[in-house]
Design a protein around this ligand. Structure first.
Ligand code: FPP
Length: 246
């Protein structure tokens, strides 16, 4: 039976976030350079986006480049930036025709200018689209994001436009790069690693995690369906007891 038919479409997560991992190992297993794996990873991005639309998911966030990724060999970093620019410009017509709205989170201004320009252009062109939101985490680190929010809030307190008692959970959320994005209900990490790696630390307070051994370039439609089925098999209690939820 098709996995899709087992999914309750009324109870799919509104926001799924993915740590796409294993491109390098996938390529090396086949005797290729790591960039070969990243190239194939783009095909998995396409498939996953289509599958997410089938599930009526509203937000798909992909960890495409972390702040820590700058420490990789220059050749790989340059190749990844080039791939990002090419992928965004190559996919823009498809994003438009399938009504996808592109967004980004992270320290975008720290990216190469060609990447900033391509990204701003694509975000602007797709801003009135009403379908799924594709959120690219680029030059992203949760500790950077939280530190940045704290600095902005501290400045407001210093300017006396906020009192310390007014600093709430909601207010902090407002200063994060995800301010217009709901928290993810489901976080997927591929390649058998069981870490969060500085991704969405504030936003995953109540998120369900799904870990899979599948390497990102092998991650396809059915793998997203498996993750959502796993999510639907769990009971989310938000600190309450089962009886309070019925
Ligand atoms: C992790 O695999 C993957 C990345 C750091 C980059 C992911 C980027 C893409 C798939 C391209 C994204 C393109 C768009 C348009 C979103 P890894 O290199 O850490 O693998 P390893 O753990 O096997 O070394």
């Amino acid at each position: 039976m098709e996995l899709l038919s087992k999914i309750d479409l009324q109870r799919t997560p509104r926001h799924v976030a993915i740590i796409m991992d294993g491109n390098g190992r996938w390529a090396q297993k086949q005797g290729h350079m790591r960039l070969y794996g990243h190239n194939f990873g783009v095909e998995s991005v396409r498939e996953t986006l289509k599958a997410a639309k089938e599930l009526k998911i509203d937000f798909l966030t992909l960890y495409a480049f972390s702040t820590e990724n700058w420490n990789r060999p220059k050749e790989e970093v340059d190749g990844l930036m080039d791939l990002l620019v090419r992928s965004i410009s190559g996919e823009i017509e498809e994003l438009m025709s399938s009504n996808v709205r592109l967004m980004s989170i992270g320290n975008i201004e720290g990216l190469p200018q060609s990447c900033i320009d391509e990204l701003h252009d694509a975000i602007d062109r797709t801003k009135d689209n009403t379908g799924i939101h594709l959120v690219l985490a680029l030059n992203y680190s949760a500790r950077w994001e939280i530190t940045n929010a704290v600095q902005q809030i501290a400045q407001k307190v210093k300017d006396q436009s906020i009192n310390p008692e007014e600093i709430t959970d909601d207010l902090i959320g407002h200063y994060l790069t995800t301010s217009e994005i709901p928290d993810p209900e489901l976080l997927i990490r591929t390649s058998g690693e069981h870490r969060v790696s500085n991704f969405l630390l504030w936003q995953i307070a109540y998120t369900e995690f799904h870990f899979t051994e599948v390497l990102w370039p092998d991650f396809k439609r059915e793998d997203l369906f498996k993750a959502v089925l796993d999510y639907q098999s769990r009971e989310r209690r938000f600190g309450m007891v089962s009886e309070q939820l019925t």
